[in-house]
Design a protein around this ligand. Structure first.
Ligand SMILES: [Zn+2]
Length: 100
Protein backbone atom coordinates (compact mmCIF):
# COMPACT_ATOMS: atom_id res chain seq x y z
CA UNK A 1 0.00 0.00 0.00
CA UNK A 2 1.30 3.42 -0.91
CA UNK A 3 0.76 5.88 1.92
CA UNK A 4 0.70 9.66 1.75
CA UNK A 5 0.63 11.40 5.11
CA UNK A 6 -1.15 14.72 5.46
CA UNK A 7 -1.98 17.03 8.33
CA UNK A 8 -5.67 17.65 8.75
CA UNK A 9 -6.04 21.37 9.35
CA UNK A 10 -9.82 21.25 9.08
CA UNK A 11 -9.73 22.80 5.62
CA UNK A 12 -8.30 19.93 3.69
CA UNK A 13 -10.45 18.48 0.95
CA UNK A 14 -9.63 15.13 -0.54
CA UNK A 15 -10.76 14.15 -3.97
CA UNK A 16 -10.27 10.82 -5.65
CA UNK A 17 -7.01 11.22 -7.58
CA UNK A 18 -8.33 9.04 -10.39
CA UNK A 19 -11.80 10.38 -11.19
CA UNK A 20 -11.87 13.62 -9.21
CA UNK A 21 -14.92 12.86 -7.12
CA UNK A 22 -14.89 14.24 -3.62
CA UNK A 23 -15.39 11.08 -1.65
CA UNK A 24 -16.06 12.52 1.78
CA UNK A 25 -17.18 15.84 3.15
CA UNK A 26 -16.86 17.73 6.43
CA UNK A 27 -19.67 15.90 8.12
CA UNK A 28 -18.27 12.54 7.20
CA UNK A 29 -20.68 11.56 4.46
CA UNK A 30 -19.13 9.12 2.06
CA UNK A 31 -19.68 9.49 -1.64
CA UNK A 32 -18.50 6.36 -3.38
CA UNK A 33 -16.60 6.13 -6.58
CA UNK A 34 -15.28 3.04 -8.28
CA UNK A 35 -11.81 3.56 -6.80
CA UNK A 36 -12.74 4.07 -3.16
CA UNK A 37 -11.85 0.95 -1.22
CA UNK A 38 -11.79 1.73 2.47
CA UNK A 39 -12.39 4.64 4.86
CA UNK A 40 -11.60 4.36 8.53
CA UNK A 41 -10.60 6.11 11.72
CA UNK A 42 -7.77 5.04 13.97
CA UNK A 43 -8.43 2.79 16.89
CA UNK A 44 -11.82 1.60 15.92
CA UNK A 45 -12.59 -1.61 14.11
CA UNK A 46 -15.69 -0.20 12.47
CA UNK A 47 -14.92 1.15 9.03
CA UNK A 48 -16.89 4.06 7.63
CA UNK A 49 -16.69 2.40 4.25
CA UNK A 50 -15.34 -1.00 3.25
CA UNK A 51 -15.89 -2.19 -0.31
CA UNK A 52 -13.81 -5.35 -0.20
CA UNK A 53 -14.58 -6.75 3.26
CA UNK A 54 -10.97 -5.80 3.93
CA UNK A 55 -10.97 -6.68 7.60
CA UNK A 56 -12.39 -10.18 7.26
CA UNK A 57 -9.03 -11.68 8.24
CA UNK A 58 -8.21 -9.20 10.99
CA UNK A 59 -7.42 -10.53 14.44
CA UNK A 60 -8.71 -7.67 16.62
CA UNK A 61 -6.65 -8.80 19.61
CA UNK A 62 -3.49 -8.66 17.63
CA UNK A 63 -3.68 -5.82 15.16
CA UNK A 64 -5.21 -2.44 14.45
CA UNK A 65 -7.12 -2.20 11.19
CA UNK A 66 -4.77 0.38 9.72
CA UNK A 67 -1.65 -1.69 10.40
CA UNK A 68 -3.38 -4.74 9.06
CA UNK A 69 -4.34 -3.02 5.82
CA UNK A 70 -0.90 -1.50 5.44
CA UNK A 71 0.68 -4.94 5.58
CA UNK A 72 -1.93 -6.67 3.51
CA UNK A 73 -2.60 -4.36 0.58
CA UNK A 74 -0.26 -4.20 -2.40
CA UNK A 75 0.97 -1.05 -4.10
CA UNK A 76 -2.18 -1.21 -6.19
CA UNK A 77 -3.71 0.71 -3.29
CA UNK A 78 -3.12 4.35 -2.41
CA UNK A 79 -3.85 5.67 1.05
CA UNK A 80 -4.27 9.25 2.23
CA UNK A 81 -3.50 9.33 5.94
CA UNK A 82 -4.81 12.40 7.71
CA UNK A 83 -3.42 13.20 11.12
CA UNK A 84 -4.88 15.87 13.35
CA UNK A 85 -2.28 18.41 14.49
CA UNK A 86 -0.62 17.83 17.87
CA UNK A 87 -1.78 17.14 20.51
CA UNK A 88 -4.51 15.38 18.58
CA UNK A 89 -4.24 11.68 18.06
CA UNK A 90 -6.95 11.06 15.54
CA UNK A 91 -5.95 9.42 12.33
CA UNK A 92 -8.37 9.30 9.45
CA UNK A 93 -7.58 7.39 6.32
CA UNK A 94 -8.99 6.87 2.87
CA UNK A 95 -7.76 4.07 0.64
CA UNK A 96 -8.25 4.03 -3.12
CA UNK A 97 -7.67 1.17 -5.48
CA UNK A 98 -5.48 2.07 -8.42
CA UNK A 99 -7.15 0.62 -11.45
CA UNK A 100 -5.36 0.29 -14.76
ZN1 LIG B 1 -12.55 7.63 -8.22
Amino acid sequence: MIETELTDDGEIKIHCPFCGRRTHNEVGDISECEHLYYVGISETNDPMFDRGDALSDLDPDDDWPFDHLKNKLSDQFLCFSLHTPAPGTMHFYLIYEIKP
